[in-house]
Design a protein around this ligand. Structure first.
Ligand SMILES: NC(=O)c1ccc[n+]([C@@H]2O[C@H](COP(=O)([O-])OP(=O)(O)OC[C@H]3O[C@@H](n4cnc5c(N)ncnc54)[C@H](O)[C@@H]3O)[C@@H](O)[C@H]2O)c1
Length: 328
């Protein structure tokens, strides 16, 4: 739809978008960004981990499971683009119920692409994951690295299968244009926290523990390093990917902060102690305690974000220390 705003030069294209998973952490920020630009948004979310109070009330809401193609199909009528964010989105629970991960992350993704093709949707942006890289020796991680033939966990396998579907059911076979954005540890307002149980992520857990006066739990050794990405930067990457003329053929693009921090560093930033503080000091003062090791963890992630700059004109805007400070 084309709307002119009084002044002849100010022309606004109002698009209709679907955000799957729009009641979740990242999907709700993408929805907010689209609504703030004046677009129409339909959210499809089964509320399995999302929350009704997270999604923007100006969006149309459909509480549906993406595994049910017949139910979601009519919503794609007249839609210009889809942000496919819905997924079972954490590593540890995927060891307990791999089939649920397969159904949502693979069959559900296939359904989104089938419905998009059926209704002539122009482009689908896929929320992919840095877990696709698995344990590779070389850093920073670049999109054209050869990745191990097997993932470290069912979650990673299903997210990789999603990327393959974006290509195979995309433009090359008459489907929509597609783009895969590989996010690196996303954090920010509305992130999952201790109330989300096994779905919680490290920054959300640490902030809750700080508030409750509990010691921060460091999964040994705490020296594993992660690249953290501000959720607003991730939402912005999605909007740019929807509009960039340089993509659409299933490209895989890293979306990361471009710097990495150890889990000890995260704890120190949240506890507001100098980064030079020795971990032993934090353990001795009971500000931190060690927690049991977990399966499926890689030693280090760090994104090379030059492809995002080249294809989307995107770069991370919020550095990790500032982002954490804003959440305290
Ligand atoms: N958070 C991160 O650090 C991170 C990193 C890399 C990739 N990702 C990807 O980003 C996406 C969003 O992650 P998030 O952190 O916002 O997780 P989230 O759990 O907050 O959001 C996922 C949303 O999808 C919905 N959903 C799940 N299964 C569904 C189904 N079958 N049908 C309809 N809706 C369903 C949930 O209710 C939830 O609202 C996921 O695809 C995830 O794999 C996240």
């Amino acid at each position: 739809m084309l709307v002119t705003m009084g002044v002849p030069k100010l022309v606004l294209y109002i698009m209709k978008y679907i955000v799957t998973g729009g009641a979740g952490f990242i999907g709700s920020h993408i929805t907010d960004a689209l609504i703030s630009q004046g677009h129409q948004v339909a959210v499809i979310d089964d509320l399995s981990s999302g929350k009704k109070d997270r999604f923007n009330p100006k969006a149309e809401f459909h509480q549906l499971d993406i595994v049910d193609l017949a139910a979601i199909d009519p919503i794609f009528q007249g839609v210009d683009g889809v942000f496919h964010v819905a997924a079972k989105a954490r590593i540890q629970p995927s060891f307990k119920d791999p089939d649920a991960y397969f159904r949502t992350n693979v069959i559900g993704t296939r359904n989104v692409l089938m419905a998009a093709k059926q209704h002539g949707v122009k482009r689908v942006i896929y929320s992919a994951s840095s877990s696709a890289y698995g344990p590779v020796d070389q850093l920073p991680l670049q999109e054209d690295f050869k990745v191990p033939s097997q993932s470290l966990h069912p979650y990673g396998s299903t997210k990789r299968m999603g990327e393959m579907l974006m290509r195979d059911l995309g433009k090359v076979t008459g489907g929509p244009e597609t783009v895969c954005l590989r996010y690196f540890n996303v954090y920010g307002p509305r992130q999952t926290n201790t109330a989300d149980g096994a779905y919680a992520t490290v920054v959300g857990i640490f902030l809750d523990f700080l508030k409750e006066g509990k010691p921060l739990t460091i999964v040994p050794s705490g020296h594993q390093r992660r690249d953290f990405t501000w959720v607003g930067d991730v939402a912005n990457a999605n909007l740019l990917a929807m509009n960039s003329l340089k993509v659409g053929s299933g490209e895989i693009i890293n979306i990361g902060g471009g710097k990495n921090y150890s889990i000890w560093d995260v704890a120190k930033l949240i506890l507001q102690v100098p980064l030079g503080t020795a971990p032993e000091e934090l353990l001795a003062s009971s500000k931190c305690v060690l927690a049991p090791e977990r399966m499926g963890e890689v030693a280090e992630t760090l994104a090379d974000v030059s492809t995002a700059k080249k294809l989307l004109d995107w770069e991370p805007k919020v550095n990790f220390a500032d982002g954490i400070k804003s959440l305290l």
